[in-house]
Every structure is written in C-alpha cells, then in structure tokens.
Design a protein around this ligand. Structure first.
Ligand code: BDR
Ligand code: CA
Length: 312
C-alpha cells in the first residue's frame, strides 16, 4: 500500500512515522509537514530527525502550510514540550528538506501514481490536504482513501470541551476533506483514548534495547507523565499510530460508516465533529468513524514492528 504521511511531530506522530517505516506492507512515498503541535520549522526538523532515527535518510520530507486556512495557528507545547519531541534527545538531521510545497507534492504524487493506489494519512491539522484538494479537486477520485486522526464524538474534545486538536486548529480544512468525496476513515479520540501508554508498555519499548526503542520509550514516557500529572491517569493516548495500525490491521478496530460534519461557526464549539452515530438525520454517510481499538493487539503490533528498525 502506498501512503503519504502528513504530520506535525509531535511524539505520537513520531511513533506513527516509525511504525510506518518499520512495516513492509507500506511504501511511504513521502512525509509532508504542517504546522500544528509546534510551528512548521520544528515539525519539518522533527520529521527528518525521526526518518534518520529509522535509518531512512533517503525519505522525502516536504514543508507545507505554516498556518491554518482561515485562522491563527494554535500550537500545543503544553502537551508536547517546546521542541515537539521532548523526551528524546535526537541529533540534528543531516538530510535536506525537499524543495517545493507539501500540497504540490501531494497533488503530483496522486496524479502520477495509478488510480486508487495512494492513501493519505493526515496526523495533524488538515491544512496541507485541503490545499491539495483545493488546487486539484479531481485527486479525491484517484485516492484509495484518507485515513486521519482527528475529532471525537463520545469523547468530544481535548483542546476545548467539544473539539479535538487537529480539527480545532483548522476546521475549514477538515470541512474540505470531509466533503471531498474520497473514502475517509477517522481515528478519533473515542478510539485513541483506548490506546494508553501504560508504564508496562513504555517498559516494553525500552526493553527493545535499540536507539529506536530508547527514543520511543523517552517520547511516550514524556507523554505519559503529562497525562499523569494533569489528569491523574496512568498512560497517555498514543493517537497518531492508530492511523498506521489501522492500515496494517483493520481487524483491531471497529466503527461505523456515518455522516460527520464540522462545526465552523460557533466560537463555543469550533471544530466539533458532529457525528450522526445513531442515524437520526438523512445526511449521507461520508466517513468511517472508528470507536474501538484492541489496545493489547495494537501495542503488540507496535512493539514487534519497532523491534525491526535498525539497532544503530
Ligand atoms: C492529536 O493532536 C496532537 O496533539 C497529536 O499529535 C494528535 O495528532 C490528538 O488530539
Ligand atoms: Ca499529530
């Protein structure tokens, strides 16, 4: 399966990229970066650090949007630390950023590859994807699908009471993606809040005894501490790797094909995902909304795959 990962690393983005690069079922055509958890200069830096950690200095990494389509950028250093990758001390990358804009790369790639070959995997605000769709709406019909992390319904919000970060930051972009006509699958908070980085799971990463294992243990430990201190719970949700795990093992997940709309107007509920879970409207289903994950299966897969990445 050919994928483009669109990302704002972010500890959980970093683990998602590593999972993808460790998985032979996936051919990562490129990594496109967006402003989100931290500003664009840091997400582009962090994405390259992670590719080099995985031994993939050959990966093409592109810079995309440095702000949402119609709003001021909101970042999340309170969760991810100042660098976006706090918890792991990775060397400055040597690999270059590719010339050109992420959205142009997405358009060119989808046009070049066979129809139905490319899956887009957005792990951050959807700005780059929306820019690509605006520029070339016909690419929606050529995609295998868009599998994204964002939103929430039963577990509504993590940045406001009613909105999840990726959708909140750029709701207009999310609206464009949901209306584009491509098959969309959403891994929302409802699902990712089941995939917690407990102490035992962090210990299993460290026990790999490799640079990747150490880095992932450090990153997830940082994440875990944030939620332990702030919310008093053991384990933080490892959101973004759920997208990659879904591609690899869809049987670990369950959800419904439903209508999902984005709240754009209300300042109180900006970026809320309005999910017709019970089919109470006649609005057409436009997304598969995942509610549950087999967390033990997910962490077993993740740990087994990370163990494959180079020891040095
Ligand atoms: C999402 O927001 C970011 O903080 C994470 O990287 C994830 O993509 C979770 O709401
Ligand atoms: Ca992210």
């Amino acid at each position: 399966m050919k994928v483009v990962i669109d990302t704002d690393p972010g500890q959980d983005d970093a683990v998602a990229i590593l999972l993808a690069l460790a998985s032979p079922e996936l051919e990562v055509l490129g990594v496109t970066c967006v402003a989100g958890n931290v500003p664009l200069d840091l997400t582009t830096l962090n994405a390259r650090k992670i590719c080099e950690l995985a031994g993939r200095a050959d990966m093409r990494v592109f810079a995309g949007a440095d702000r949402p389509l119609a709003r001021d950028l909101v970042t999340a250093e309170n969760v991810h630390g100042k660098s976006g990758l706090d918890g792991a001390d990775l060397p400055a990358p040597k690999m270059p950023l590719q010339p050109g804009h992420a959205a142009d790369f997405i358009v060119e790639t989808v046009r070049r590859e066979a129809e139905g070959a490319v899956t887009l995997c957005p792990l951050g605000p959807l700005t780059n994807i929306a820019l690509a769709l605006r520029q070339a709406p016909e690419i929606a019909g050529r995609l295998a699908g868009i599998v994204l992390m964002g939103g929430g319904y039963f577990e509504q919000g993590n940045v406001t009471p009613s909105a999840e970060f990726n959708i909140y930051v750029d709701p207009e972009a999310a609206d464009i993606v949901l209306k584009c006509g491509a098959p969309v699958t959403i891994l929302p908070l409802d699902c990712t809040h089941g995939a917690l980085t407990t102490r035992a799971r962090v210990t299993a990463f460290r026990a790999l005894g490799t640079p990747v294992g150490d880095a992932v243990a450090g990153l997830t430990d940082f994440f875990e501490r944030h939620d332990r201190v702030k919310y008093g719970i053991e384990g933080a949700p490892l959101h973004d790797p759920c997208v990659i795990a879904y591609l690899l093992r869809p049987g670990l997940f369950s959800g419904r094909h439903v209508n999902v709309e984005i709240e754009l107007a209300s300042p109180l509920t900006r970026g809320a995902t309005v999910v017709d879970w019970w089919g109470v409207t006649d609005r057409k289903a436009n997304a598969t909304f995942i509610r549950d994950v087999d967390a033990a299966g997910f962490y077993a897969l993740l740990t087994e795959r990370l163990a494959r990445l180079p020891a040095r």
